[in-house]
Design a protein around this ligand. Sequence first.
Ligand SMILES: Nc1ncnc2c1ncn2[C@@H]1O[C@H](COP(=O)(O)OP(=O)(O)O)[C@@H](O)[C@H]1O
Ligand SMILES: [Mg+2]
Length: 430
Amino acid sequence: MTSIGSGKPQLACSFCGKRADEVTQLVEGPGVQICDGCVELCNEAVEEARGAAQGGSDGSELPRPWELRGFLDGYVIGQDTAKRALCVAVYNHYKRVRRAAALGAAGVELAKSNILLLGPTGSGKTLLTQSLARVLDVPYVAVDATGLTEAGYVGEDVDSILSKLLHAAGNDPRKAETGIVYLDEVDKLARSPQSATGGRDVSGEGVQQALLKILEGTVVTLSSGDRGAQAVRGRGYQSREPVRIDTSGILFIAAGAFSGLEEIVTKRQSRGSMGFGGALVPEDRPDRTGAAGVTPADLVKFGLIPEFIGRFPVITALRKLDRDDLLRILTEPRDAPVKQYQALFELDGVQLEFEPEALEVIADEAIRRETGARGLRGILEESLIPTMYDIPSLRDVVRVTVTPDVVTDGAEPVFTLEEAGGARRAASGG
Ligand SMILES: Nc1ncnc2c1ncn2[C@@H]1O[C@H](COP(=O)(O)OP(=O)(O)O)[C@@H](O)[C@H]1O
Ligand SMILES: [Mg+2]
């Protein structure tokens, strides 16, 4: 506390020890002093802790589950159970990631919450995941699990997933570490004959094994060679330095149709109710029972390895979309197919209308094709192509009304002409 030689005591910062003449300002408290530099450091620490408590350490607020839900509702129809489960899991995941970033090694490790989505084709699995990545503004990559191979085999190994994610993150490794990886068709990695779709036997199991580490959280070193293919396609990664990516902050959302799984579940449930040993066997971790009553044991029976399933603490199911859902999907989402075609026709100064029955036959046709909502756009496109071909040359048409027979028989829609007031079926060549 006293400076040697001056004979006069000089105050110093109680935190860093710097003397009053070494700092810009020294604030005195009862028996203690703090310098301006240490005040600044304390402020930063307080800000950081505040950020961690609120969820955001980078200044931005982490959207709450209900906010995420609100955004999803704008694009995805129905699927309430899956939406809820996803929003909570995604919120928890990013809360954990931000907390870890703020606290460093000091924090308690919170378990990773990768998500497994079960649901028929065209029910919105990809759409949900994509929409989440969009609202969170994080890098996103979708990978088909059937295209993956074990390291050492010809094809894309699991590290290629990270190369793609790095590319999606503009070659910023820290940004890539906050991304979302969508692993599609994981049901095709199943080994068991139980899966009606036919598994891929041993090699599928090998891919599951290879995925375990990155699902769990590990540091992967990508050599410039690994990134080569991506770099060529993209703007080009200049550095030849290997890039290290920690996967513990990456959210993996796996998805599959899992056809045949329902039978496994039903069989188990009926066995339980018949009391054939059912009463003696404890319920298989009922807390992890998915929306459709699926347990991890069912998925093992399906042919996935237990360790792989264990990496997905959140399992949720999307249901098959019914006629009402399909009708809503045609018109309600922000980017609904009907809205898009209306906007397209608007560019030609034409109002596009659909009779309610026309939308119904489109929904019915989609159901017949068994492609979920995926078929809707195609059916609309097929129905509208002839009209879209003619309309730019039909100058006096102000409105096009699509009737059911346009969809079912390729009939011409009703054209309303300018000034004429009434509707008539105009000769399309006209
Ligand atoms: N629940 C839904 N709400 C709105 N549109 C949907 C929904 N499900 C599917 N779609 C539409 O169908 C297309 C295919 O859906 P997708 O999410 O790829 O299905 P999945 O991944 O389950 O096979 C989407 O691009 C979207 O246009
Ligand atoms: Mg999909």
